[in-house]
Design a protein around this ligand. Structure first.
Ligand code: GLU
Length: 547
């Protein structure tokens, strides 16, 4: 067979050589050891936690080595594409701090290795496709859907492996006349790789996460170009990662199955193989067993979920690092105030079986992260969230910044900061009582006589002095306690509760409930300082009137 003639027949318009294309994508000028990696998501409109995990790994590996991270949009499957999805993708990743050095942008491209949308690279793939055909390493296949179905049925009956290989590869060695006749008839074709591999052979391979692997050769003549001339993932991966000088491919381990083919393809094209970082899926506990996070069952898979709940970005990123590298938490304890980027991330420490996602742990991490922020930062982030997800609350926060910041400053800044919120959604339940519209009527414990509560509140109003410091304030509460025959001796009370009608804690709770509507609220002395004397006492007076 004259392969060059076949190549010219299939790709009459391709005149460029591979060398010429390669000259347009020169080697990158980077320091020794710099990692070049990419995200290559499909624009399906759904950005999930897995994307962020993959992005975080690539981002860390590139940027901590002085390398380059780029975004390449895998839009080869036009059927799955959702309008506006690229925009959603770019904005979401940016929101989570994954900053690309180059690649697809909302309205075009940024960088010298583009285009960064694969469909725009069709002519590039065709140059390499033509070369493979001219070398006898690829050939056109005119099989119809029906013929492929018949092939599968035959394989099923014969109990042999499925796929287009060996004797089943109907177009592998057809004469050029047959091909011409099909082309003349205008029949659609795909370009297939001519595999020289055998499933009898194995070879060794080193994956940065999975470790040393023994891999079986690929014997399937996979499709390189679809009938519309657009490449499959496999072919685009090889050509693009070669031309864009990717050193590390970070991707989901669902690609392990076709890795033997990818390795074969890089070899056939004469490309240097990148290093592979195959990451396991995100898992979660479901009862006593682990399962993959699923788009259908788990709303927490969608990144929009974290935004709507109001998890700060810093918290989500911090959490992701805890599930990716088991030594991260020790590092964090030793470096409580360091930037996340100061941690040396290692792909070798990824769990090959996949990371376990634990919502409770995320909440915990988030609580810590928020507790370390200063009040101004909390205010800015909370306001941004509320304006989108609870505009009414957002309006109140915006109306008096000084007031909101004073509230958010309660218990902040010390060695042991308060841990009140894990999400911005929890802010209103926590601090809403500071705003009259959100103040709820107190529900007092029925075991106390209303008259007693009324007496406590009356005495408190009568003796309250806004100039009292916290200690003087509490002394007055204790005095009221003794006055009404309750005890201030908590030890004695615990030893024999029945001996006392109530304690100083109960008295404090009455006052707290009258001022805040709730049984637990931050330090009441501070709360009353922020509310102001008039408003605090007015609230108490209103409650007295109901008793
Ligand atoms: N679109 C592919 C995916 O999201 C890209 C895989 C890759 O990074 O090569 O799985």
């Amino acid at each position: 067979m004259d392969y060059q003639a076949l190549a010219d027949l299939l790709f009459p318009n391709v005149t460029e050589t591979c060398e010429e294309v390669e000259a347009r994508f020169p080697a990158r000028n980077l320091p020794e050891g710099a990692v070049v990696s990419r995200m290559a998501p499909s624009p399906t409109g759904f950005v999930h936690l897995g994307n962020l995990v993959q992005g975080t790994i690539s981002e860390r590996m590139t940027h901590q080595s002085g390398g380059v991270l780029f975004l390449r949009v895998e839009d080869t499957d036009a059927k799955r594409e959702v309008p506006g999805a690229v925009e959603v993708l770019i904005n979401t990743l940016k929101h989570y701090g994954i900053i690309f050095d180059e690649g697809a942008t909302i309205d075009g491209d940024n960088g010298n290795y583009g285009p960064y949308r694969q469909r725009q690279r069709a002519s590039i793939y065709h140059v390499f496709a033509k070369k493979l055909v001219s070398e006898g390493q690829a050939y056109p296949c005119f099989c119809t859907e029906d013929e492929l179905t018949a092939m599968r049925e035959k394989q099923e009956a014969a109990k042999v492996n499925f796929g287009y290989y060996g004797e089943f590869a109907a177009w592998r060695d057809r004469p050029i006349e047959d091909i011409k006749a099909q082309l003349d008839a205008g029949n659609p074709w795909v370009l297939r790789f001519r595999s020289t591999g055998s499933i009898e052979n194995q070879f060794k391979f080193d994956d940065l996460v999975k470790g040393k692997l023994t891999i079986t050769e690929n014997d399937i003549d996979h499709v390189l170009l679809k009938s519309d001339g657009i490449p499959t993932y496999h072919f685009a991966h090889a050509v693009d990662d070669h031309l864009m000088h990717t050193t590390h491919v970070v991707r989901g381990d669902e690609w392990m199955a076709t890795l033997p083919f990818h390795i074969q393809l890089f070899n056939a094209l004469g490309f240097k193989l990148p290093k592979y970082v195959h990451i396991g899926p995100l898992m979660k506990m479901d009862g006593n067993s682990k399962r993959k996070l699923s788009k259908r069952k788990d709303p927490e898979l969608a990144l929009t979920y974290y935004k709507a709940e109001g998890f700060p970005i810093a918290a989500v990123r911090e959490y992701i690092m805890t599930i990716l590298n088991s030594n991260f938490e020790d590092w964090r304890r030793a470096n409580p105030d360091a930037s996340l980027d100061a941690f040396q991330f290692s792909p070798k420490k990824l769990n090959p079986a996949g990371s376990l996602f634990d919502y409770a742990k995320l909440t915990d991490v988030s609580k810590n992260v928020i507790s370390k922020m200063d009040a101004e930062t909390v205010y800015a982030l909370l306001l941004e969230w509320a304006q989108e997800f609870d505009p009414e609350f957002g309006g109140k926060l915006a109306a008096d910044k000084g007031y909101a910041v004073a509230i958010l400053a309660i218990g902040r800044g010390g060695k042991k900061p308060r841990k009140d919120m894990s999400t911005w959604k929890e802010a209103k339940p926590y601090m809403g009582f500071f705003y009259d519209e959100y103040l709820e009527a107190p529900v007092f414990d029925e075991k106390f006589d209303k008259a007693v509560i009324k007496t406590v509140l009356g005495k408190f109003v009568a003796t309250y002095d806004a100039a009292d410091d916290s200690a003087a304030w509490f002394d007055k509460v204790k005095a009221i306690t003794t006055d009404i025959g309750f005890t201030t001796d908590m030890k004695a009370y615990k030893a024999d509760p029945a001996a006392f009608p109530g304690t100083v804690a109960d008295v404090s709770t009455f006052i707290r409930q009258a001022v805040t509507g709730k049984t637990n609220a931050p330090d009441l002395h501070t709360v009353m300082q922020i509310l102001g004397k008039e408003r605090s006492l007015e609230r108490i007076a209103k409650v007295i009137a109901t008793l």
